[in-house]
Write a protein that binds this ligand. Structure first.
Ligand SMILES: C=C(O[C@@H]1C=C(C(=O)O)C=C[C@H]1O)C(=O)O
Length: 651
């Protein structure tokens, strides 16, 4: 047997390699800035998604040759490209506004070093190569005052969080300030339980935290009812309290990065309710800035409409008429005028464009008050994705969907009469309704984590986008187990779908899974349909084997009527008269539903016994322009056959 290499030696090699990787990344960054310089001269848009797609497709291919899987390569490069695009944006924005591109800036933010606001501000300054002189403040009012009075150049205000939503106090402060919004920045907020001297969760009695992290970690905190909460004015104050405490029974909620500044370590991490917990900050300054036309711009407005029915709609129609997309709408009470509201709008448009200028003129006529709070570069870089054929380095086959043009308000909600455009559902890698063909693999749970992880790896490599988990045990699988499976799928770049059979199951499952599945046997369970309609997670509704098309669509309507429009229909075969014990795919029914409904439709071939039948049915499902298919747990066990089939289907 070959002798294992010495651990320290191998680690030294890894350290040297990492150093090289960083130096290469830094070289890539400077080249990207050279590209920004050329774009400044040629006046080209910063973002070039065509180039990004070509680059990703090539890298996936090259990665494969080195034994690196596509998901790893894509997620790595999505981060690199995000960094590259944001740096280019910061460079061009700085060039257009020399006054914000000073070598040093005083930044007012909430709390002290180590708070989330501090981390956001340092990131913003680093990107602009601006040295940050930090001015920690006790409140949002103090931040705004510091900038207004000239004690600071820029102020950082957290405006929204993916777990706890909008931060009302900041909206209220914006109503009265003379400052302008000049930028935004989003940071990942990884909440940890920070302790000193290596104390663990069992040692902790009191947790110090700001109210925002407390609300963002409410699920975790409710699972630890013995912990006493002590509110603080910032996460930095919470960390300082831990340092100042006499014993180790106290902890703070904060970021690992911030904790490190206080020599606190993370005893627990991933405390936030949402898997992706991000906070968006706005940057305020005394002077407005220009946004060069090559950058994606956002404009924030506040307005008060007249107190008459339809007043808000009228204003939104103005935006529609000028083809301006509204990315956010918030309302806040106007102090001193009970029941009157101030609306805050973010629109994806540059204030310098004729469209927005014209829209603002029209809005002035319709509103009692309107003011632009600022126009600034939008810092959301939507990751470029490759479709299945690009992943397999095959040409894309374009497919047009036929659409009817007449609308009828009282038509059933599932029908193309009610909604002309096909419903598009996108959840991570999985997307239907846009012409691509999706493939879901079914897995039976419970299963040991190791076995599950091994299956998942194979499923990903075969070319699937999602995994449907069906509970085959007599007792229910615990939520923490399901959470673990969903986490493994997420890590592997697969979308999770979990079967639900009751109202309580659905309410729990939506906290951890990407989509939920209602099997045919529950298709008539009105209570379940009703709760599926009340959640915001996409739902897959399977047809009962005895149900007519009309019954199936009636069940779909029950879900849609409750509000959830993210619905996918699943045809899983019906009982035939000739061989009632064996199900057959109702092709005629499928054709009818595809023509009738705007909802995406998947075929579930898991009832087909022979592998050949599965392949043929899969091809038939694709031929009929369905959106995708589900393949059973025990079907197509031959990996090569499976990969080949998916390859053909994805073309
Ligand atoms: C670097 C460029 O600008 C952007 C960043 C890219 C990158 O980092 O690879 C690719 C395309 C653009 O969205 C470029 O246009 O080449």
């Amino acid at each position: 047997m070959k002798k294992a290499p010495e651990l320290n030696q191998t680690r030294e090699q890894i350290t040297a390699l990492d150093k090289e990787l960083l130096s290469l990344l830094s070289k890539r960054r400077s080249l990207s800035l050279d590209v920004a310089r050329s774009k400044e001269v040629d006046v080209r848009p910063i973002r070039d998604t065509k180039r990004e797609k070509e680059l990703l497709a090539r890298l996936v291919q090259q990665g494969r040759e080195h034994g690196l899987d596509a998901h790893f390569v894509i997620s790595l490069y999505q981060s690199i490209i995000e960094d590259s695009v944001l740096n280019q944006q910061a460079y061009l924005h700085g060039r257009a506004n020399p006054e914000i591109q000073q070598p040093q800036s005083t930044i007012a933010y909430l709390g002290a070093r180590g708070s989330y606001s501090y981390l956001a501000a340092s990131r913003f300054c680093q990107r602009r190569q601006v040295e940050m002189i930090d001015l920690g403040c006790q409140s949002f009012d103090e931040i705004v005052k510091s900038v207004e009075l000239g004690h600071a150049d820029l102020g950082f205000l957290p405006i929204e969080n993916t777990s706890s939503g909008s931060i009302n106090e900041v909206y209220d402060v914006l109503q009265h300030t003379s400052l302008s919004i000049v930028g935004e920045t989003t940071i990942e907020v990884g909440h940890c339980l920070l302790t000193k001297d290596g104390a663990s969760l069992e040692d902790i009695k009191t947790v110090f935290a700001h109210p925002q992290p407390i609300s963002q970690c409410s699920h975790w905190l409710s699972q630890h009812p013995k912990l006493t909460l002590a509110y603080c004015s910032s996460s930095a104050e919470a960390m300082q309290n831990v340092i100042d405490a006499d014993d180790n029974s106290v902890a703070a909620i904060g970021s690992a990065e911030g904790g490190a500044l206080y020599q606190l370590s993370a005893a627990e991490n991933g405390l936030a309710n949402q898997k992706i917990n991000q906070s968006r900050f706005i940057v305020v300054a005394r002077k407005v800035v220009d946004v060069p036309s090559q950058l994606p711009a956002k404009t924030t407005l506040i307005m008060a409409t007249g107190q008459k029915p339809g007043a808000l709609v009228e204003t939104l129609l103005v935006l529609k008429a000028h083809n301006i997309n509204m990315s956010k709408l918030e309302s806040r009470p106007i102090p001193g005028t009970p029941w009157e509201e101030m609306f805050y709008l973010d629109v994806d448009a540059n204030l310098a464009t004729a469209e927005l200028q014209q829209a603002l003129k029209e809005l002035e006529r319709l509103t009692r008050f309107i003011k632009v709070l600022g126009c600034y570069p939008c810092e959301t870089v939507k990751p470029t994705q490759l479709n299945n054929s690009q992943l397999l380095i095959e040409p894309v086959s374009s497919k047009e969907t036929s659409e009817k043009s007449n609308t009828l308000d009282d038509a059933p909600k599932h029908s193309t009469l009610y909604r002309q455009q096909k419903t598009v559902i996108e959840v991570k890698q999985f997307n239907v309704g846009k012409g691509e063909f999706a493939a879901i693999k079914q897995l039976d749970i419970p299963m040991a984590n190791d076995a599950f992880a091994a299956q998942v790896k194979q499923i990903k490599e075969t070319g699937y986008q999602a995994v449907l988990m069906l509970n085959t045990a007599t007792e229910s699988v615990s939520l923490s187990e399901i959470k673990q499976y969903c986490h493994l799928l997420d890590q592997a770049g697969l979308t999770s779908v979990v079967e639900v059979n009751s109202v309580s199951e659905i309410n729990d499952t939506v906290k951890v899974a990407d989509m939920v599945y209602i099997s045919g046997k529950e298709m008539y369970n009105d209570e379940l349909l009703c709760s599926a309609g009340s959640v915001t997670t996409p739902v897959l509704l399977e047809r009962n084997t005895m149900a007519s098309t009309a019954d199936w669509l009636a069940s779909a309507n029950k879900i849609l009527t409750q509000g959830n429009q993210q619905l996918i229909l699943v045809e899983a075969g019906v009982r035939s008269f000739t061989t009632p014990e064996q199900l057959s795919l109702d092709l005629a029914g499928l054709i009818e539903v595809i023509a009738l409904s705007h909802l995406p439709i998947l075929g579930n071939t898991s009832f087909a016994v022979e592998d050949n039948l599965v392949s043929q049915q899969a091809k038939a499902i694709k031929q009929l322009s369905a959106s995708g298919l589900i393949i059973g747990n025990k079907q197509l066990t031959d990996t090569t056959q499976q990969t080949e089939l998916l390859h053909q289907l994805h073309q």
